[in-house]
Design a binder for this molecule. Structure first.
Ligand code: DAT
Ligand code: MG
Length: 142
């Protein structure tokens, strides 16, 4: 077991559903400490850079259009095994296949508009956290 940090994004669809507060609550109630949070509206170019690992996937253009379609809410969470635990709490990529009680089951619309993003490995977290937050914006002393 190790204390990890992970990046979660409430995607534009879930921001529009006014689900930000509920999603933060669910994560905090699962012993994840909120270290940073903000609201940003990504440009298409910024969305393409964030999702660069998917640049050759057929859904890259659709995904980056969606992620730049409105404001989203990135946040940094910390806890024991935070990366894999958050992936379980959010559920499967396709909300139709997500388990009962998961965030994507509750708020996702379809495989493209699936309410939340979460880092899938320590390597992706180490790219994704500094993509949105600098050191001064990450608070672990409370
Ligand atoms: P995850 O977000 O569960 O890590 P992923 O990394 O495979 O999933 O894909 C990134 C995002 O791309 C995903 O959250 C939604 C979108 N996406 C994935 N598969 C898709 C598909 N078949 N059609 C449309 N969008 C898709
Ligand atoms: Mg992924």
């Amino acid at each position: 077991m190790a204390v990890e940090r992970t990046l979660v994004i409430v995607k534009p669809d879930a921001v529009k559903k006014n689900a930000v507060g509920d999603i933060v609550r669910i994560l905090q109630e699962n012993d994840l400490k909120l270290l940073a949070i903000k609201m940003v509206h990504l440009s298409k170019e910024q969305a393409k850079k964030f999702y660069i690992v998917h640049k050759d996937r057929p859904f890259y253009d659709e995904l980056t259009d969606f992620m730049s379609s409105g404001p989203c809410v990135p946040m940094v969470l910390e806890g024991e095994n935070a990366i894999s635990r958050v992936r379980e709490i959010i559920g499967a990529t396709d909300p139709a296949k997500a388990a009962e009680g998961t965030i994507r089951k509750k708020y996702g619309t379809d495989v493209g508009r699936n309410a939340v993003h979460a880092s899938d490995s320590p390597e992706s977290a180490s790219y994704e956290i500094p993509f949105f937050f600098n050191q001064l914006e990450i608070h672990d002393q409370y």
